[in-house]
Design a protein around this ligand. Structure first.
Ligand SMILES: C[S@@+](CC[C@H](N)C(=O)[O-])C[C@H]1O[C@@H](n2cnc3c(N)ncnc32)[C@H](O)[C@@H]1O
Length: 243
């Protein structure tokens, strides 16, 4: 589909340790994503979390929609083991599966009636063509009225924007490091090459322009396509399948 990323189990362990600190406003993002799901609190529906990591976003969805059934996909055993632990109380409502974002086989096996498909901080490993094709396929796996929501890094419009996002991301991580741990240790780790907008590694991270991605979602047939939130280059965007 596109060039492979080389995400390793060690990256999973680091992300488990630092994710709460290095992602801007994670709780706010999760709350908004839950608000965007077209369902009432008690409804039964199916959802997918693509590259679920340790399952924090799925957990937020299951807490808000206690009758949802979630399929959680990830390529890391470390992440899936951790997700199973974190979602123990929802054991009967989750299906954890190993998958490879760069293959198309998992899409062949995915049912076609999901009320929500989410993905946070992973699709940027695909190149432009990979994302465009993925959005087209995912649109076909939504139930009528369902929503595809992506939370991810997006490519800047100019160097000035990249610099502004880099500064904003640094400030957020500094604050979150102090607020979460009382020290700047995590912020120092983050400064060692984690700020994509300051030190990009385009072999590994291939964010696409937000405007292009919105076009690809519309092209895939979704409606209400928009960016619903954006901070420090992290956007929450998506669209709905018509009823
Ligand atoms: C930055 S973490 C984000 C995890 C989670 N979605 C979150 O927001 O907390 C990226 C996730 O993508 C997964 N990942 C990276 N490359 C992958 C691939 N080629 N196939 C499947 N999963 C992959 C990693 O295992 C990891 O869980």
């Amino acid at each position: 589909m596109s060039k492979r990323s080389d995400w390793a189990e060690e990256d999973s362990r680091t992300f488990i340790d630092l994710g709460e600190i290095v992602v801007p406003s994670r709780a706010e993002q999760a709350r908004l994503i839950c608000d965007l799901i077209p369902a009432s609190a008690e409804e039964h529906f199916m959802g997918v979390d693509i590259a679920c990591g340790e399952g924090k976003l799925s957990r937020a969805i299951l807490e808000r929609y206690p009758n949802a059934q979630m399929t959680l996909l990830d390529g890391s055993e470390t992440m899936l083991t951790r997700a199973a632990e974190n979602l123990g109380e929802f054991a009967y409502q989750i299906d954890l599966r190993l998958f490879d974002l760069f293959s198309e086989e998992w899409l062949d096996e995915l049912p076609r009636r999901h009320r929500v498909i989410v993905s946070s901080l992973a699709i940027h490993h695909l190149d432009d063509d990979g994302k465009r094709r993925l959005y087209k396929r995912l649109a076909g796996h939504l139930a009528p009225g369902g929503v595809l929501i992506i939370a991810d890094l997006v490519h800047q419009a100019s160097d000035i924007v990249a610099n502004a996002w880099a500064n904003e991301w640094d400030r957020d991580v500094r604050e979150q490091s102090l607020a979460t741990t009382g020290t700047l240790e995590a912020f120092k780790q983050f400064q060692d090459g984690w700020n994509h907008y300051r030190t990009p590694d385009y072999e590994f991270d291939k964010p696409s322009r937000l405007t292009d991605q919105l076009d690809w979602l519309s092209e895939a047939g979704l409606t209400g396509v928009d960016c619903y939130w954006l901070r420090a280059g992290h956007a929450v965007f998506g669209g709905y399948r018509e009823l």
